[in-house]
Design a protein around this ligand. Sequence first.
Ligand SMILES: NC(=O)c1ccc[n+]([C@@H]2O[C@H](COP(=O)([O-])OP(=O)(O)OC[C@H]3O[C@@H](n4cnc5c(N)ncnc54)[C@H](OP(=O)(O)O)[C@@H]3O)[C@@H](O)[C@H]2O)c1
Length: 163
Amino acid sequence: MALSIIYARSENHCIGHQGRLPWNLPDEFASFNNITDGKAIIMGRRSYEDHHSVLPNRLNIVVSRQVDYVLPAPMILTTDLITALQIAADYSAEYFIIGGVKLISEGLSQASRVVETIVHTEVNGDTFLPAMDFSHYTSEIIEHHHVDENHASAFTVWQHTRT
Ligand SMILES: NC(=O)c1ccc[n+]([C@@H]2O[C@H](COP(=O)([O-])OP(=O)(O)OC[C@H]3O[C@@H](n4cnc5c(N)ncnc54)[C@H](OP(=O)(O)O)[C@@H]3O)[C@@H](O)[C@H]2O)c1
């Protein structure tokens, strides 16, 4: 176990809109919490500002070039991804990049596992991930969730493990 990446995207590769997630899917968030529980998580400054709070029971690391950016304790600020990865590796055997676009793209070449939720909808958002090449990974579905009264879209959770 080492670096992992976790994100949710729409079928047209959207991950965000106006600084927020473009959906409200409680069971998808529960899966995210379950998978990252007890681990170090690394996020860009804008992803942190989506929720403005510590995600509990995890080491929260925020990456920003603003050296004086103020975070609530016990969150950690780093000004580059390499430092964030070093701090995360000291905390837990598996550690996650959780967004946004640049950190996911930069981390992909080092990631041994990618947990990718595909939300089965098209979103007219403002933040998009490029299509990923998982040809060097073994891919399997680990969860599928249907539409119900609390979930306006179905979603499928894929696990891509580097071969
Ligand atoms: N669907 C999902 O799974 C998911 C996950 C996370 C976020 N999101 C959504 O995506 C959007 C935010 O993502 P985003 O891609 O726009 O922004 P982001 O990556 O969260 O944040 C961008 C900021 O992070 C800092 N940063 C990023 N890479 C850096 C590096 N290599 N070195 C130093 N600083 C770095 C910079 O902060 P400074 O400008 O402060 O220097 C940069 O402006 C929101 O809408 C959020 O809700 C979705």
